[in-house]
Write a protein that binds this ligand. Structure first.
Ligand code: PLP
Length: 400
């Protein structure tokens, strides 16, 4: 099928369709595991003359299976270009290091994944790159934080653990009027729930480890781009100038696993969203639970924004019990739901954000980010929602 026709397919078809392999006609992509490729005089000459992606040079510089994963990601994100990376954090670091120079400034939401926050708040400051942290759901606060040297506005489409939903269109309008690049992390939503490039975002980073892989058995990341601000070959520039130098390409087997994950993304996440909504409604009515954060609940502060930008409300939610000890007791008593660090898999997973992902961030800073010790984050999997509810109810009853 021609690329144009593929691009016009509906989401589910784009996710499932893979072009057959030219030589074998296999409908499942082949994995090219080789780290080295044989040159001849012609290939050698092409490399000398500066050809890069169209010749296979060396595994760290690119690999055919990696490129095929990039094609699939471009299809489902609606991107013009994609660069696959070893992990979600590699996607984030490579994007930031590729876009920024010493003296630049970033405006970033208060609530981002802990390693992203640390990267901005500690590592980049070592290179004279400063970040102002704000609440990106407050457009006036973002406007006030912008400086003449601001290069990036950065946020997560659904932020952890408050499930804050950033108002994408106004943020893009504010940024683009000043030639500021908008970067967002779409990991918690996944491209099934939200496609930020369709809303004008320039670059979307994903931890493909989560919903895209979907089975808690692979680490990978992606950077997808559709931008009028950046040169069309920007991701190829950072492939060579940043990723190859940092040494963070995706492994071919991981790229292959992620292509396979993309094919079932819709059916998995559709069902996961339905169960998450059921859990959220149940938790909201639960007498022991103090608060629930789920974008699909009318009580969620950005429910109206969520309704406008996302056809689904995602599979992630957070609820709060008395304190950290109570949260630990609940998680320790779960039998079906996994007490585990990650998210996005077919098994439901839970964690205590304050005491796990955000532990390295001082408590006062955590509180400013809206992260309280009694919060429990849930990534809803594919178990029967009623079994999950019974599992949580049994664990919550231990708090009485
Ligand atoms: C929102 C978000 N972004 C990025 C990452 C980093 O992804 P990875 O673990 O694939 O590096 C995570 C990991 O949990 C995450 O939750």
């Amino acid at each position: 099928m021609k690329k144009d026709k593929r691009s016009n397919l509906r989401f589910d078809s784009k996710a499932v369709y893979c072009p057959p392999d030219e030589a074998t006609k296999s409908i499942t992509p082949n994995i090219v595991m080789s780290s080295s490729f044989q040159y001849d005089a012609e290939i050698f000459q092409r490399i000398v003359e500066g050809e890069r992606k169209d010749v296979n040079i060396y595994g760290r510089c690119g690999n055919p299976t990696e490129y095929q994963f990039e094609e699939q990601m471009m299809m489902i994100e609606g991107a013009d270009a994609c660069l696959a990376t070893a992990s979600g954090m590699a996607a984030i670091s490579i994007t930031l290091l590729g876009l920024l120079k010493s003296g630049d400034h970033i405006v970033c939401d208060w609530t981002t994944y802990s390693s992203t926050h640390e990267m901005l708040d500690h590592r980049l400051t070592d290179y004279n790159i400063e970040t102002t942290f704000v609440d990106t759901s407050n457009i006036e606060a973002v406007r006030a934080a912008i400086r003449p040297n601001t290069k990036i506005i950065y946020f997560e489409t659904i932020a952890n653990p408050s499930m804050k939903v950033a108002p994408v269109a106004p943020l893009v309008e504010l940024a683009h009027a000043r030639d500021i690049v908008v970067v967002c992390d779409n990991t918690f939503a996944s491209p099934y729930v939200m496609r930020p490039l369709e809303w004008g975002v320039d670059i979307v980073v994903e931890s493909a480890t989560k919903f895209i892989g979907g089975h808690s058995d692979v680490i990978g990341g992606s950077i997808c781009m559709k931008s009028n601000l950046l040169p069309s070959d920007f991701l190829e520039q950072i492939r060579w100038n940043t990723m190859v130098k940092l040494g963070a390409p995706i492994a071919p087997f991981n790229a292959w696993m992620l292509i396979r994950g993309i094919q079932t993304l819709s059916v998995r996440v559709e069902r996961q969203c339905q169960s998450a909504a059921k859990l959220a409604a149940h938790f909201e009515a639960h007498p022991i639970i103090k608060q629930v954060w789920y974008p699909g609940l009318a009580s969620h502060p950005q429910h109206e924004v969520a309704k406008e930008q996302m056809p689904k409300f995602g599979a992630m939610l957070t609820f709060e019990v008395e304190d950290g000890d109570a949260a630990l007791k609940v998680l320790d008593n779960l039998e079906l739901t996994c007490f585990s660090a990650s998210l996005g898999g077919v098994r439901s997973t839970t964690q205590i954000p304050a005491l796990m992902a955000f532990l390295d961030i001082p408590k006062s800073e955590r509180e400013e980010m809206g992260i309280r010790d009694g919060m429990i984050r849930v990534s809803t999997g594919l178990e029967d929602a009623d079994d999950l509810i019974e599992d949580f109810d049994a664990a919550l009853s231990k708090l009485n």
